[in-house]
Design a protein around this ligand. Structure first.
Ligand SMILES: [Zn+2]
Length: 428
């Protein structure tokens, strides 16, 4: 490792070099080598990490760190070890080399989320090496399989080993804590909620027949028409607690405007926020037919539905109504929504740790249009936040980095995040 870079940068780089690509549906490179590397690092700090394999190689690593005030509700500080795949042909660098160029660390996982894994590790290391304890107990957790809904990761751990998380009241992890710009003012988005998700399979049935005959009852055209009706549906803008708070803050800073206008003022972050004002449906798979001259008797599609807090059931019912009685609909996966108040001791501690290192920082709540491992931990009554603190330059289109080509993060942002997390562990 090159000593000219900080330990956080070097660790993030090393973690990127473990190709933990997750292709979904149980098809993934094992997380085990990365988990063993992290376990060795934690053992060197005097901790007793445990590796839990949900399937061969699909490894989760967990270490308990006693706090100075063990009677306080504990904190699950968690990251995930897997990444989405990267096609090297599209990238300017080898996505798994951990290249450092132009003051940035490049590679798959540089923002989702090996940078936070490294920041968490070096923040804990800094305290323990100085003989300090975090203020409250920490369950330091690195999950497998997050990009596949946590089947071999958070869902497995919460179901099979809930005792690991006993005594915890809070969780902190990814997709929040990064800076955005509102005009010349820097603000940080603190994630205090997640939309719900449902992956639904649609099926149209018809009559199989020779492709040369007059069309009778073709399931493909029936399904296509139904999907088009769904695509044309305009879901209303509906503000909940988190999004109302966020827009009120943006309005205070930049003046009045419609919800869409206010969101647009957040620059690149608008692409993250706009989908949090309404429900969304996207067709993601289509499957029908097996021969050019045979009309099949069935056609199928998969829809990725994301729902605002509290709206899952009503939304699915409305979708079925739009599709009509001829389309069968199976909910194949359903994930809960989350929303916690933008207030309380955890929120205060995160804001104060940020402002210690960026005194003028504004902190705004936001709802995540996607999902994280916080959904699984919520089943244990643990309140989760997205807070991977990064001070970013205005010109970086950060939301585009998630699952994007040429994923990269400024080195200075990693060192900033490390310092904020050190203070958070000390003070919270
Ligand atoms: Zn992630």
């Amino acid at each position: 490792m090159n000593e000219q870079y900080s330990e956080t940068v070097r660790l993030a780089q090393r973690l990127i070099q473990f190709d933990t690509s997750n292709r979904g549906g149980g098809d993934a490179n094992p997380e085990l080598p990365a988990a063993q590397f992290i376990a060795a690092y934690l053992t060197d700090l005097g901790l007793q990490p445990e590796i839990y394999e949900a399937a061969p190689g699909r490894a989760n690593v967990i270490a308990q760190i006693p706090g100075a005030n063990p009677e306080l509700p504990g904190l699950v500080l968690h990251g995930h070890l897997d990444v989405v795949p990267a096609d090297p042909a599209n990238w300017s660098v080898d996505p798994f080399a951990g290249e450092i160029r132009d003051g940035m660390l490049w590679g798959r996982g540089a923002v989702d989320m090996k940078q936070m894994d490294a920041m968490m590790l070096t923040a804990v290391a800094e305290l323990l090496r100085a003989g300090e304890k975090p203020r409250r107990n920490i369950t330091l957790t690195f999950f497998a399989d997050e990009e596949n809904g946590g089947v071999f990761g958070s869902e497995f751990m919460v179901r099979e080993h809930p005792e690991v998380f006993a005594g915890n009241g809070y969780a902190i992890s990814e997709v929040g804590g990064y800076s955005i710009y509102l005009g010349d003012k820097r603000a940080y988005l603190l994630q205090t909620g997640e939309k719900g998700n449902a992956w639904i399979k649609l099926r149209a049935r018809g009559v199989a027949q020779h492709g040369s005959r007059l069309p009778v009852d073709n399931p493909i055209t029936k399904l296509a028409a139904a999907i088009n009706r769904l695509a044309e549906k305009e879901w209303p803008i509906t503000l909940g607690e988190t999004t109302s708070n966020l827009l009120a803050e943006i309005e205070k800073l930049t003046g009045p405007g419609s919800p869409q206008e206010l969101v647009a003022r957040t620059g690149a972050a608008a692409t993250f926020i706009d989908a949090t004002l309404q429900n969304t449906c996207n067709v993601t798979r289509l499957n029908a037919g097996y021969m050019h001259n045979v009309v099949p008797d069935v056609a199928e599609a998969v829809i990725d539905v994301r729902t605002l807090p509290g709206q899952k059931e009503a939304t699915l019912a409305e979708i079925q109504e739009i599709l009509g009685p001829d389309i069968e609909m199976d909910v194949q996966f359903s994930g809960i929504d989350l929303e916690v108040p933008f207030a309380g001791e955890a929120v205060d501690a995160m804001i104060s740790a940020l402002q210690k290192h960026d005194p003028d920082a504004l902190v705004l709540p936001y709802l995540l249009s996607g999902g994280t491992d916080n959904k699984a931990l919520a089943e244990l009554g643990i309140s989760g936040y997205g807070f991977a603190p990064l001070l970013l330059p205005p010109e970086l289109d950060f939301p585009a980095m998630f699952h994007g080509v040429d994923e990269r993060v400024p080195l200075a942002a990693l060192d900033f995040g490390h310092r904020v997390l050190v203070d958070l562990l000390r003070e919270f």
